[in-house]
Design a protein around this ligand. Structure first.
Ligand code: BTN
Length: 239
C-alpha cells in the first residue's frame, strides 16, 4: 500500500511511527516534500516540493540487525535497477549505496531500525533528486538530478513503481539469505568494491585501494603499507 502525503517532516519518521502501530510490512510512505529529511551520518536530505522522490518502506526484517548493511547494498542495486528501468540511465553505485552520475550524487539510501514489541522493524528510505532547478545551490559541486541527464523530465510515478518492485525483489532475496549472489553482483556493478584508489573519512582520513567486500558487506581497503582496514560505514571517495 502506498501512502502519499503533500508534506512530512520525514518519511522515515512516518514509517517508524506506523511500525509502532503494527502496520503491515511493505507499506510505502511518500512525501511531496520533507521539512526534516534525514541523510546518513546525521546529515539532512534536501527535499524541496515535487523536486525528488522521497519515500520509505516499512519492513519487519527476519534477519538480525547486523545483516542490515547487506540490505543497504541490495537497496542501492534496487534503486539503480529502477533508474535504469524507468529512465534508461545507468547510475554509478558508490559503496555502500549512493547513486551518482559523473561523480555527483543524485540518490541516497538510509535504513533506520528499532525494536517494537520485541521485533525488529526498519524504515528503508530512498531519496532521488529529479529536478535540478530545485537543488540548493550550495550542493551544486557535489549533487546532480536525474533530469540533468534526460531529454525530458523523468516520470516520478513510473520511477516509484519501478523502485517499489525492485526493492521488493531485492528484499525477498536478502530475506532468503542470497548473500553470495548479492556480493558478487555488487562487486560487478560498483567500481568502488575492488581496485579503486580511495580516501576514507574526509580530510584527516586515510588512503588505500579497495580490496573487496567482507561477507557482511564491509569494505576492505588496503593501505600502501599492506595493512588491510575494514570500512564499516562512512565516507569513501576516489583519491
Ligand atoms: C543519504 O544520506 O545518502 C541517505 C539519504 C536518504 C534520504 C531519504 S528521502 C526519503 C527518506 N526520508 C528521509 O528522511 N530520508 C530518506
Amino acid at each position: 500500500m502506498i501512502r502519499w502525503y503533500p508534506e512530512l517532516p520525514s518519511t522515515q519518521s512516518a514509517a517508524l511511527r506506523a511500525a509502532r502501530a503494527a502496520s503491515a510490512e511493505g507499506t510505502v510512505f511518500v512525501a511531496e516534500r520533507q521539512t526534516a529529511g534525514r541523510g546518513r551520518h546525521g546529515h539532512t536530505w534536501a527535499s524541496p516540493p515535487g523536486a525528488g522522490l522521497y519515500c520509505s518502506l516499512l519492513l519487519w526484517p527476519r534477519r538480525p540487525v547486523a545483516d542490515l548493511l547487506l540490505l543497504t547494498l541490495a537497496s542501492g542495486l534496487a534503486a539503480a535497477d529502477a533508474v535504469r528501468e524507468a529512465c534508461g540511465l545507468e547510475a554509478e553505485i558508490r559503496w555502500p549505496n549512493d547513486l551518482l552520475f559523473a561523480g555527483k550524487k543524485f540518490g541516497g539510501i538510509l535504513i533506520e531500525s528499532a525494536l517494537e514489541g520485541g521485533r525488529l522493524c526498519a524504515a528503508l528510505g530512498v531519496g532521488l533528486n529529479l529536478r535540478p532547478a530545485a537543488l540548493p545551490p550550495e550542493l551544486a559541486p557535489i549533487a546532480t538530478a536525474l533530469d540533468d541527464h534526460l531529454p525530458r523530465p523523468c516520470d516520478r510515478w513510473a520511477l516509484l513503481q519501478a523502485l517499489v518492485a525492485s526493492l521488493a525483489r531485492r528484499y525477498r532475496a536478502w530475506s532468503n539469505g542470497e548473500d553470495a549472489a548479492l556480493l558478487a553482483e555488487f562487486t560487478a556493478r560498483s567500481r568502488y568494491a575492488q581496485g579503486l584508489e580511495v580516501v576514507v573519512g574526509g580530510a584527516d582520513g586515510y588512503r588505500g585501494a579497495t580490496a573487496g567486500l567482507e561477507v557482511n558487506g564491509f569494505l576492505r581497503v588496503r593501505l600502501a603499507s599492506g595493512e588491510v582496514r575494514t570500512v564499516v560505514s562512512g565516507d569513501v571517495r576516489p583519491a
